[in-house]
Design a protein around this ligand. Structure first.
Ligand SMILES: [Cu+2]
Length: 194
């Protein structure tokens, strides 16, 4: 770094040079730390990462009065070389939280708990969405209100546990919506409320 300096300038300013060098190093460290925090906060805005898994856009719907169940949706991406498995979920809003799949059987939408959890393929993703896989918050302690997020925790076989904040969208919302959170209410998704 100092090879371009004349020898005389180098020897005269050596202590200063060392000081500046140290200062420079500290500056770089501070910059690096700043960048780590900046990128972490960017990630936290929409995604939560644990090991090789990234969980995006956790959301749910407001519940009608008296409802005892609510669904949870999200996307899990796996950048790793090994599959992982979502094996459990918990939340303070419900007595228990199950992992469900939904399918059409004899023309009727049915759903069932997945006893073995849900595999997240290596270098792949799994989408929990209306009409498909979802979390089911069973025995709700109180109704979910639009715009009032809640916390839940997912547990993966390999990556361990991750805490998430679920956005609560309007009754009848069919997807996670745009980041500004403008609610859409469409009647046709009623049959896929779970
Ligand atoms: Cu369900």
């Amino acid at each position: 770094m100092s090879s371009f300096l004349p020898r005389r300038a180098w020897s005269a300013s050596a202590p200063l040079y060392l000081f500046r060098s140290l200062e420079e190093k500290l500056g770089l460290v501070a910059l690096a730390i700043g960048m780590i925090f900046a990128s972490a906060q960017t990630v936290l805005a929409h995604d939560t990462t644990v090991e090789s898994l990234t969980v995006s856009q956790p959301w749910s719907r407001a519940t009608p009065g008296g409802a005892k169940v609510a669904s949870g949706y999200l996307v899990i991406r796996n950048t790793g070389d090994q599959p992982d498995r979502l094996i459990a979920a918990t939340s303070g809003i419900s007595g228990r939280t199950e992992i469900h799949e939904m399918a059409v059987k004899d023309g009727v939408m049915t759903m069932r708990p997945l006893a073995d959890g849900l595999t997240v393929p290596a270098k792949g993703e799994i989408v929990l969405k209306p009409g498909s896989y979802h979390l089911m918050f069973v025995d709700l302690k109180s109704g979910l209100q639009e715009g009032e997020p809640f916390q839940a925790q997912l547990t993966f076989e390999k990556a361990g546990s991750v805490a998430l904040t679920f956005d609560v969208r309007a009754i009848g919302a069919s997807d996670a919506g745009d980041p500004a959170g403008h609610g859409t209410s469409t009647g046709h998704v009623k049959s896929t409320r779970h």
